[in-house]
Ligand binder design. Structure first.
Ligand code: UDX
Length: 479
């Protein structure tokens, strides 16, 4: 059922549930203050809720309590400090405190890819739910937000039943999130939809009350936030289906890039032309080195693994191709590097020893310091493995990149990275790189060779400045 808010009908249907704590609006806790949980905790405090953020990581909690966001997300620092100051937001490492405080507990812990396969590792979900449940002494709603295999909500319900007194009538619900890094504050405060998987009117009412701040903000801005109320399985599937669709869209355009490369077409023009069809749309059609990050790659793998377990493996077989197209784009950069540097590729890939390469970008996308499954960093490592002297620079992702790839050499600035380089690879489309002056950079490098892994540079401008330019799925520009 889809309920566009505000309507009189929904407002009255949900108004009767009162928070078990006795507070006028439900008090909220967010378990797991990584990217997802910290952002939600801070933004819901901004919406006026009393919020407690929990994590087992004491250093992270100390940072947050001290007013420092442990990752880069535009606008979040200011909101953190404002809401700590207003007294609506606190952080703790105590399950007991969380259990005593909140009416609605959001589970926001990580669900990484398992070490032994493609499925999701649910250890953190199990630990957080179990420990929370053991400390609960009054009625509460536990809401899963983490991206999980379908069937997890039912399993969480069983865990809760095992560890709580049935008289407390603790309930479970599922409400996926759709945050994009770099836009996460907006995505929480002004989401394009809210999805809840519930079994009872009480859970539905509590979740409505827990999101009323979002609906009220929308109403004051004359917007509507559609609310989709559904069952557990659908709510869980919505998230992975959305990410599978986005990954497929990116791999579709990257597959077209492969065809353009052999047929002599220009994928950027192609994307523009098909994107004018509103049924296709122009977003997520940017061909380049492919998708990375903490969500899309692991989610499409976990989705396939789960479908296979359930006997619907065939239905998602195409996601394997989506993954392969994505990974092939990284190889394409290696191929172009070898070609530009005049190195022949053998069965073990090209030998790039003795060459010096600048890699601009380590984060999986701009305006983020996240390097999880980052195509840029993976390519930098492969170039180094092929023998190149690689210098990596990223405006925000240096600390995380160093931790993930300690063997690589890092430059403190873009200038330092490109100085004396024989090849410049732009692999994350930061504004600093997009706006770089090809003339000025040309004076620093050893030779004017550039690979534009994100098709984010003005190809003819660079060609006119004497650069040999190679994009992804585009013909070489005339100088
Ligand atoms: C994604 C989903 O967008 C979000 O809804 C979900 O909640 C979590 O996963 P995020 O990981 O922040 O969000 O990044 P997103 O902006 O989706 O980009 C994912 C990757 O795809 C990046 O590496 C990006 O560079 C790449 N990408 C995106 C492309 O290569 N081409 C495009 O056209 C768009």
């Amino acid at each position: 059922m889809t309920i566009p808010y505000p309507t009189k009908q929904t407002a009255t249907a949900f108004s009767e549930v009162s928070p078990p704590s006795g507070a006028s609006r439900p008090r909220l806790s967010f378990l797991g203050t990584g990217y997802l949980g910290a952002t939600y905790a801070i933004c819901f405090a901004e919406l006026g809720y009393e919020v407690l953020g929990f994590d087992v990581d004491e250093a992270k909690i100390a940072k947050l309590a001290g007013g420092q966001v442990p990752f880069h997300e535009p606008g979040l620092d200011e909101l953190l400090r404002a809401n700590l100051g207003a007294g609506r937001l606190r952080f703790t490492t105590s399950y007991q405190e969380v259990a005593e405080f909140a009416d609605v507990h959001f589970i926001c812990v990580g669900t990484p890819q398992r070490g032994d396969g493609m499925g999701a590792d649910l250890t953190y979900v199990e630990t957080s739910v179990t420990n929370l449940a053991r400390h609960l002494t009054r009625r509460a709603l536990i809401v899963g937000k983490s991206t999980v295999p379908v069937g997890t909500a039912e399993w969480v319900e069983q865990l809760v039943a095992k560890h709580t007194d049935p008289e407390l009538a603790i309930e479970v619900a599922w409400s996926p999130e759709f945050l994009q890094e770099g836009f996460a504050v907006e995505d929480v405060l002004r989401p394009n939809r809210i999805v809840v998987g519930v079994k009872t009117d009480w859970a539905n009412g509590m979740l409505y009350a827990a999101h009323k701040g979002v609906f009220d903000l929308a109403a004051t801005e004359d917007r509507e936030v559609p609310l989709v109320v559904t069952d557990f399985a659908t709510a869980e599937l919505v998230k992975v289906a959305a990410n599978a669709f986005l990954a497929t869209k990116i791999s579709f355009i990257n597959a077209m890039a492969e065809v353009c490369e052999v047929a002599g077409g220009d994928v950027t023009q192609l994307a523009k032309a098909i994107g004018y069809d509103p049924r296709i749309g122009n977003r997520f059609l940017q061909a380049g080195v492919g998708f990375g990050g903490g969500c899309l790659p692991k989610d499409i793998r976990a989705f396939q693994a789960r479908a296979q377990e359930l006997g619907a493996g065939e239905a998602l077989r195409f996601l394997h191709e989506v993954d392969l197209v994505n990974l092939r784009r990284r190889g394409r950069v290696m191929q172009l590097a070898a070609e530009l540097l005049g190195r022949r590729a053998g069965p073990a890939g090209p030998d790039l020893s003795g060459t010096r390469i600048a890699v601009l970008g380590a984060a999986f996308k701009p305006n983020s310091d996240d390097v999880r499954d980052s195509p840029s960093l993976a390519i930098a490592a492969t170039l180094a493995k092929a023998g190149a002297d690689v210098r990596v620079y990223d405006p925000q992702g240096m600390e995380n990149a160093r931790a993930a790839q300690p063997g690589l050499t890092y430059a403190a600035t873009m200038t330092e990275a490109v100085t004396d380089a024989e090849l410049v690879c732009v692999l994350t489309e930061w504004a600093e790189f997009r706006n770089a002056d090809p003339q000025a950079m040309g004076d620093l490098v050893a030779q004017r060779l550039v690979i534009d892994g994100r098709n984010c540079l003005d190809a003819s401008l660079w060609a006119r400045a004497g650069w040999q330019y190679r994009g992804m799925g585009r013909p070489h520009p005339e100088a």
